[in-house]
Design a protein around this ligand. Structure first.
Ligand SMILES: CC(C)(COP(=O)(O)OP(=O)(O)OC[C@H]1O[C@@H](n2cnc3c(N)ncnc32)[C@H](O)[C@@H]1OP(=O)(O)O)[C@@H](O)C(=O)NCCC(=O)NCCS
Length: 259
């Protein structure tokens, strides 16, 4: 059977690689947070929609912002919506959405936050501005009396310049002064830039049972794949085995059983 790899994940999208055996399928690189299904000999990758809750212990931060950081009150709503659309439209969060759907969602989601419909928006929210343009936003709200990072986005051309970190660092310093001990957030496991950003900033994950099972399955599959590839040294094998054991322990702690 010929299996065509039709993968749409960011790092392996459009690889055009053809797979002819199930071993080849097993050897194919996969990413956590995605599910890989085979329909009529074609593999399709779609985000598995695992939302990961994550928490930051509030400590003082140093932050050098490459741009001005202002309150969202100083910014027209349309600008926040436009920057949301441009930042998110090609992200995994809107995998397979049309631009019109993203635009509708952006309007609803940003306005609902600003109107307090998902909880009170917090004054620590920050918008990154260069000249007259909004290049990013970090918008926080109250969730059960705990500050929650509801929206975080930076325009693609301005990413990896420390803007998201600067916006959140400024907010965290205000929380610290107010003696508020934690900040919470959530990200989609398939969203690697968001996941890496949260980890780099110091957030610690608390995945639920389903996400933990997904991660254990991912590492089991990765151990199998690397064994098939024959490129696994002892240290890497141990690391993957430790990941499997770690996720099994998390599952036991959440569920009372290793299922
Ligand atoms: C996630 C996002 C907000 C990060 O914004 P940013 O301004 O580029 O982030 P920073 O420059 O502060 O990044 C700080 C660190 O986070 C990590 N990081 C950020 N983006 C990353 C990426 N795409 N890949 C790997 N690591 C990344 C890096 O460690 C980075 O430090 P480095 O650049 O020195 O390596 C931005 O990629 C974005 O807007 N994405 C689209 C919208 C989105 O997914 N939002 C998050 C929803 S929860």
């Amino acid at each position: 059977m010929i299996i065509k790899a039709y993968l749409q994940t960011p790092s392996i999208m459009n690889s055009g690689e053809f797979i002819s055996t199930m071993d080849d399928y097993d050897r194919y690189p996969k990413l956590p947070g995605w599910k890989y299904e085979c329909f009529g000999g074609v593999i399709r990758a779609t985000p598995s929609m695992h939302s990961i809750a994550t928490t930051l212990e509030v400590t003082p931060r140093t932050s050098a912002s490459p741009c001005d950081l202002v309150s969202p009150d100083e910014i027209p709503r349309e600008d926040l919506v436009c920057t949301f659309i441009a930042s998110f439209k090609d992200s995994v969060e809107f995998f397979n959405w049309t631009l019109v759907q993203v635009e509708e969602h952006a309007n609803k989601w940003v306005n609902a936050l600003l109107d307090g419909k998902r909880g009170r928006m917090l004054a620590i929210s920050r918008v990154a501005v260069i000249g007259n343009s909004v290049v990013g936003a970090a918008l926080f709200r109250d969730e059960d009396d705990i500050p929650f990072l509801d929206l975080l986005y930076v325009l693609p051309d301005w990413q990896r310049k420390g803007i998201a970190s600067a916006m959140v660092a400024q907010a965290v310093n205000t929380l610290y002064e107010a003696r508020i001990p934690v900040l919470t957030s959530r990200y989609d496991l398939a969203n690697t830039s968001s996941r890496d950003w949260h980890h780099r900033f110091g957030f610690k994950d608390s995945p639920g049972w389903l996400a933990s099972r997904h991660l254990r399955a991912y590492f089991r599959q990765e151990l199998h794949r690397r064994t098939l590839m024959g490129d696994l040294d002892d240290a890497e094998r141990r690391r993957l085995q430790q990941e499997i054991e770690h996720w099994s322990n998390v599952i036991i702690s959440l569920w009372g059983d290793d299922v």
